[in-house]
Design a protein around this ligand. Structure first.
Ligand code: 6MZ
Length: 392
């Protein structure tokens, strides 16, 4: 486990509200209990319960959302989640979250994302790079875990790249999903309409500006998630197509429950990545493999929610042996009491991966990030330098 912690890692499937520390969740719940908003004694055991079915997990998310839905708690949990990932040597994190609207709290989808960005800014224990590569250090010779800082009293100041994915919840309407993708655009439409009368002709310009505005906050993609037993993914297709037109990447929760037609159609869409892939049939595997879509694998989550019968039977093995692109992820480190190092440790002990294989698996994940080539190059250097210090 210690070795898994020491290795640099890439996390590409982590839900913000699923990654909250237990203590923070209890803290926030207690505070709401004191205000009389919830009955703390009723929720404490729900938060601390360990084994949950998939439907119980989504009930817990409803509770978590009551506890965390104000700007300051969103800022706090973002800060802590980034600190936690950085502390176990995650060097690149794609953090996903569902922008929420709550009129009674004065929260819009945009102000929700602003609160997340505020959380990224608030981290002081590690260097967080969440701005686009044009503003990131271009000195590729200085890797993230700088050897130089070793010589400074042995204090390594860690660095972590963070990019955001905005999630669409399967309970939302087409319009709400669209709002997640375009809320930054509203500002631009408003500003531009002051100068430009024939907006139709400037659609492409607007699209580029929207994509740039989003990137300014480190948003690189859109995720479709939420209770897989609810809703039809087709509801969100317009928003997903629009996102793609803006140059945003798309990842879909796919095959988390048995739904052959939906899996088939999702694969047809050719998302840049998919998550889970637990209930794939022969035909789906064939199509997945021929299209080479990388899979975000969440071992603990799949076991806890009974989405796979046993860990030995997990599709990780088949995909790994077939050299299909895959990346180990936590999904909800708080809800499932896990960490990325733990996921690697489980893969090592269950599937017999050695240190070199784990390191390769982790390093290969660089190729599936939604961050740009400058970031990828910096990460490759980071891994190369780590390989030397780990004597691989
Ligand atoms: C599908 C999941 C999920 O967005 O409020 N989420 N969706 N399958 C899963 N596997 C267990 N785990 C989490 O984070 C919590 C939200 O992420 C999605 C659900 O929509 C959940 O409400 P945010 O930060």
């Amino acid at each position: 486990m210690e070795w898994c912690v020491s290795m640099p890692k890439i996390e590409l499937h982590a839900h913000l509200n699923g990654s909250i520390r237990d203590n923070t969740l209890l803290d926030l719940a207690r505070a709401l209990g004191d205000k009389g908003v919830i009955d703390f004694s009723q929720v404490e055991h729900v938060i601390l319960k360990n084994d949950r079915s998939l439907s119980e997990v989504f009930k817990l998310f409803d509770l978590i959302h009551i506890v965390t839905t104000d700007h300051s708690s969103i800022t706090r949990i973002t800060k802590e989640v980034v600190e936690d990932f950085a502390s176990e040597n995650v060097v690149y994190l794609e953090l996903r979250t569902t922008p929420k609207k709550n009129d009674s709290l004065g929260m819009s989808k945009r102000s929700y994302v602003d609160a997340v960005v505020e959380g990224l800014r608030a981290v002081s224990s590690v260097d967080v790079a969440f701005i686009p590569s044009s503003e990131e250090p271009t000195n590729l010779s200085s890797p993230l875990l700088s050897d130089a800082s070793d010589k400074c009293n042995g204090n390594i100041r860690k660095k972590i790249f963070v990019r955001l994915l905005l999630s669409i919840d399967r309970r939302e309407t087409t319009e709400a999903a669209m709002e997640t993708v375009i809320f930054y655009a509203e500002v631009f439409w408003a500003k531009l309409s002051l100068f430009v009368t024939d907006l139709e002709r400037y659609t492409h310009l607007l699209q580029v500006m929207l994509a740039l505005e989003m990137r300014r906050f480190g948003v690189v993609g859109i995720d479709l998630s939420g209770n897989p037993a609810v809703g039809e993914w087709i509801t969100y297709l317009p928003a997903l197509i629009f996102a793609r037109q803006q140059g945003l990447y798309v990842t879909l929760h796919c095959g988390e429950v048995s739904n052959s037609k939906e899996i088939h159609n999702m694969l047809d869409f050719l998302p840049q990545r998919i998550g889970h892939a637990c209930f794939f049939e022969e035909e789906h595997w064939r199509r997945l493999k021929s299209s080479n879509i990388p899979v975000e694998i969440c071992l603990t989550s799949n076991i806890r929610t009974l989405s796979v019968p046993t860990i030995d039977a997990h599709h990780f093995v088949d995909l790994y042996n077939a050299r299909h692109p895959l990346v180990l992820c936590t999904d909800d480190s708080g809800v499932f009491s896990t960490s990325l190092s733990n996921e690697y440790n489980i893969a090592a002990s269950t599937f017999g991966l050695g240190q070199n294989e784990m390191f390769e698996l982790s390093k290969n994940s660089i190729e599936f990030i939604f961050g740009d080539n400058v970031v990828k190059e910096i990460l490759r250097k980071t891994f190369d330098s780590a390989a030397k210090s780990l004597e691989l």
